[in-house]
Design a protein around this ligand. Structure first.
Ligand code: AMP
Length: 378
């Protein structure tokens, strides 16, 4: 089976690695250069979207910021899953908020800002603190502004006015700032038949808006049920096929959706070692019409992102239950270069292994890991 992935980054790479044992061959389409590449070597295989589509039995995507004409051409082929509507909803915060409202799913109160009058209305209606997010092309905390107190309104508006003036397609979504207890995410998979399998909720720690650590462990059943209901509402509404990730804020036992990602997700990388069937294999199973795989947690597992570094101390490989996943990318500050998965049969053992790992990793490149160490307990 031949699957074309829109995007040629690490998610396409990990789909290729998971697809090989299933006899699924992945090619990746780099939307920026209009080239078809091998997802592991990035060797050029051809050019042109039409050629890429013609050669594929199924088309899917590894990111959501894809130009509309490309999405439309893929949609017209009848091979595209989860399809253009889902990808657009993940890439435009206005569509995403409208989707959540349509599904009756709780999220932070918001208003869309196109001009200064909208901005003033947002500040008076939503109060402060507020967080402002670019409607398009926002990810990992990029394209965001914060208003801590009304006195900062003029200065914050000036920055946003310049941003809006530079791109007529942009808008800004103003959101109430949520004083959350924790950030969690749910990764799940929906088949064409409507069958859904979800992984356990994962607890996530971000540093400067970028995911640093995800922890998968046995979860609070009430929270898991809330998350699963929201997942089903959103996935059913989109008639979704494939892996979908939902990021949440937990506020006193209640979940609010922060955002959705219509694809395999960084907070699901732990499934490569901690779950029976990983998110990459499950996404490919869903989009190619194979039975979904078991999403049960096999053992508590942590995922630690490697950001802006192209090597780690070799000694970490001697820690039992540790698996290193490099993406083969050129080093750049802050860039997602790889990740470490660390598993154990018990939380106590995972904590001991994590403490050894923290001792071996340079703190400058892996800040705030100690904060997550405390979470790895019963
Ligand atoms: P996002 O790109 O929307 O995922 O935002 C990046 C990070 O900013 C999130 O992981 C949160 O830590 C924080 N954040 C985003 N939206 C809010 C909000 N409404 N209230 C509080 N923190 C937020």
């Amino acid at each position: 089976m031949k699957v074309l992935v829109l995007g040629a980054g690490q998610l396409a790479r990990m789909m290729a690695l998971a697809g090989a044992p299933l006899n699924i061959v992945i090619s990746a389409y780099d939307v920026n250069t209009d080239t078809i590449v091998h997802p592991l070597t990035l060797q050029k295989l051809g050019t042109g979207l039409s050629n890429a589509i013609a050669d594929a039995e199924v088309i899917t995507a590894e990111f959501e910021h894809i130009p509309l004409p490309i999405l439309e051409q893929c949609q017209q082929s009848g091979k595209f899953l989860p399809g253009s509507e889902a990808i657009q909803a993940g890439g435009d915060r206005r569509l995403e908020k409208a989707l959540l409202a349509r599904c009756g799913v709780a999220s932070a109160s918001y208003l869309v800002i196109n001009n200064e009058a909208d901005f003033k209305q947002a500040v008076s209606e939503l109060g402060s603190p507020l967080i402002f997010k670019s409607a398009l092309a926002g990810y990992d905390g990029k394209g965001q502004w914060r208003l801590k107190a009304p006195g900062q309104a003029d200065a914050v508006w000036q920055q946003m006015a310049d941003f809006l003036a530079a791109d007529a397609k942009q808008a800004i979504v103003a959101e109430q700032f949520i004083g959350f207890n924790r950030e969690l995410s749910l990764v799940g998979v929906r088949a064409g038949s409507g069958e859904v399998n979800v992984y356990p909720l994962t607890e996530n720690h971000h540093v400067n808006g970028v995911l640093s650590v995800s922890l998968a462990r046995p979860v609070n059943i009430m929270l898991q049920q809330q998350a699963e209901q929201m997942f089903a509402a959103i996935a059913d509404n989109l008639n979704y096929v494939g892996v979908l990730a939902i990021e949440f804020f937990e506020v006193d036992g209640k979940l609010l959706v922060n955002e959705i990602a219509p694809r395999v997700h960084n907070s699901g990388h732990w499934t490569q070692q901690g779950a029976d069937v990983c998110q990459f294999a499950n996404h490919l199973r869903a989009v190619t019409g194979m039975p979904l795989g078991n999403t049960e947690l096999l053992r508590p597992t942590l995922m630690i992102n490697i950001l802006g570094e192209d090597h780690v101390p070799a000694a970490i490989l001697s820690i039992a239950g540790l698996h290193l996943h490099w993406y083969g990318k050129q080093k750049r500050p802050g860039r997602k270069m790889g990740h470490i998965n660390l598993s154990a049969d018990s939380l106590a053992e995972l904590k001991a292994r994590f403490a050894r790992l923290i001792d071996l990793l340079p703190e400058a490149a892996f800040p705030e890991l100690e904060q997550m160490l405390g979470r790895v307990s019963d």
